[in-house]
Design a protein around this ligand. Sequence first.
Ligand code: GYE
Length: 321
Amino acid sequence: MKLTRRTLTTALAAASLASLLPGTALAQKKIVLGFSQVGAESEWRTANTESIKSSAAEAGIELKFSDAQQKQENQIKAIRSFIAQKVDVIAFSPVVETGWDTVLREAKAAKIPVVLTDRSVNSKDDSLYVTFMGSDFVEEGRKAGRWLVEKMKDQKGEVNIVELQGTVGSAPAIDRKKGFEEIIKADPKFKIIRSQTGDFTRAKGKEVMEAFLKADGKKINVLFAHNDDMAIGAIQAIEEAGMKPAKDITIISIDAVKGAFEAMIAGKLNVSVECSPLLGPQLMSAVKDIKAGKALPKRIVTEETIFPMEVAAKEFPKRKY
Ligand code: GYE
C-alpha cells in the first residue's frame, strides 16, 4: 500500500480504535506462549526463569508460566492445560529425558508447535518438537574432565574422585557424566569411587557429600559436581569436616553462576564450566519465527567456556547471572 495522507489517517484511526477496543479484530493479537519450567532448584534455574519472563515482556509475548517443582507429572499437566487453552506455542524444559511422547503427540494433534529449551527429550520421533535450544552437556562434562587431566598430569598414583550427579534421568546429569568419563578413562589413575545424585540442590549436595566424607574421608582427592549449587553445599560439608575445600579436595563444577564465582574468589572452588541460562531472548525470537512460518534449525547450541579460579576476580564484574 502506498503511504498517502489518507491511508496514514485511516491506519492511525484503526490503531487508536484498536487500543480503545482491545479484544476486537482490529486489536493486534498478542502471541501466547505456554512455558513449563522444571522448578526453582538452583541459581541457574532462577536466572533462567528471570530471562524467560523478562524477554517475553520485552518481546510483547503473553507468557503463561508454570513451575513443575521438579516433577514430570506436573509438567505433563501444565502442557495439557496449555493445549486446552489453545496457546500459540508451547515451550518447556523437560525435567527428565523420557516419557514425553504421549503428551507431545497431543500437542501435535492440536497443531500447537513445541520448543524444547535447556534440556532435551529422548524420543524416536523428532517431529514432536520444532527445535531444541540449549547447551551441549556432553561437551561440558568433557571440559570438566580435560581440566582435571591437565591439572593432575604430574600426579603419580591414584586420583580418587567422588561425583555429585544432577537429577536422576535428566539430560544434564546423563550427559555431563558421560562427557567427563569419556575423558578421564584415558588414564586408569582416575577412579570415580562414589557417585550419587544431589538433585541439583545445595541441601542435597551437602547431605550426600557428608555421607561421602563419612565413608571415605581423606581418601577423596576430587569432587566433580554436576552443578555449582551442589558444589557449594558440598563445600560446607567439607569445611564442617575440618578439611579445606579446593586444597584438600579439588572441586570442579558446572554452570558458572555468581555463587560459584564468589566461592572461587574465596579460594574454595577450583573451576566452573560455563552453562548459560540466558535462553529467553533466543526463545522469544524462535516463537516469533514459528508464528511467521519461518523454518528453524532442529538444534540451536549455546556457546560456552570454562572459568578457573585464577580468572574469577577479573571475570566476576562481567557476569550476568
Ligand atoms: O546445570 C542446573 C539446573 O538443566 C542446565 O539444571 C540445566 C541444569 C543446571 O538445575 O543447575
